[in-house]
Design a protein around this ligand. Sequence first.
Ligand code: ARG
Length: 456
Amino acid sequence: MAKLWGGRFSKLTDALVDDFNSSIRFDARMYAQDIQGSQAHAEMLGRQGIIPKEDAQLIVKTLGEIKADIEAGKVEFMIDAEDIHMNIETILIERIGDVGKRLHTGRSRNDQVALDIRLYLRDEIDNLVLDAEKIKQALLLVAEKNLDTIMPGYTHLQKAQPITLAHHLMAYYEMFKRDKERLLDCRKRLNSMPLGSGALAGTTYPLDRNFVAEKLGFESITVNSLDGVSDRDFVCELAFDLSALMMHLSRLAEEIILWSSHEFSFIELDDAYSTGSSIMPQKKNPDVAELARGKTGRVFGSLMGLLTVMKGLPLAYNKDMQEDKEQIFDAVDTVKMCLPVFANMLTTMTVKRDAMLKGAKGGFTNATDVADYLVKNGLPFRDAHAVVGRMVAYCIEKDTVIDALSMEEFLTFSPLFKEDIYEAISLETCVNQRKLIGGPAIETMRKVIENYKNEN
Ligand code: ARG
């Protein structure tokens, strides 16, 4: 097929080059944004008198018909028309001849693709924001039901201090809240309209860039044409935002996997959200969490891929930049797939409160509170730390826990211990006395959850 740009060539492109060069396999998904952008551009050309008004109207109408035909599966794209931009323009020209040939006036594929990718990612960010909200809501729901579910908190994966499941899950809520904010922030920076940048140096036609920007819902127009066509920061930025989100999801996934192991037995995943083994009849595997953890790798890969494609590229457009699409599309698709299924896995899991409580009772999780008791009764903290350290060693030796020591035994370690020590170091006290903002106390967490519920 003769190319739309074929004028100066005396030979057709080799089929191998067509194949290699073509991006239609993966950029066809931007057809709606390409048409939306072309319609705005055509309308503006008509209004400015750059092309006849009737031509503009016919172009807008025909593009609408092409869109409907694409959606009805009636259009077959051609590899040798290279990309979505030239495929649609070719179809337009097939349908309305010379009028269609006026569409590309004052425009280059370089600013066209910059526009399309912004429009496409803006739509996807809106979807991703909804998905991020889904996981936040799932966490809120499970947390609210587990305000008083005591569990061990860990550092170094060693039991540290008692917390609640609500407190633990709401830590993830904070992460996903930031992730959602980051997406919205990326949307702001992406929301600038590049058409009018031309190939690199702008154009001599009196385009009304602000009209197009307004028509397409952009907040501003790009102010340097070289930057307008060669900026892919927002693609890299989105890939980072998605990587951070997946990094958080993978941490939660890891905990779900640990907690559903026989050794922990803190939770049981719903049958509908687990899988079996083809050989071992007893198995119930946390595949959803594992796959989410695994898919984190490909999203990080996209981020690295994108940064590496952009590294060292001279201004302005370079064909290398066509490589941005598969990377960011894959990252977006992956995150969109992970979030809803993960959210449902969380809301359907069974929490084993007794096992969590039992876990919190072992491992001397109240040792800090024993030391704090002595401090409140006058001992300097470092001395109290040493006293309780000796008590822990004693308990390990006797295979017991601090709460199970007799009053006489307590007194052998310090004369400051009184009967009220038992109450002071019960797990409920340990949790509920940590009531400052940020802490696990039931009342504190209830307020946090209430606030977040009212936000929505
Ligand atoms: N398919 C191309 C891309 O994705 C569109 C821009 C092509 N521009 C050019 N001058 N070859 O980057």
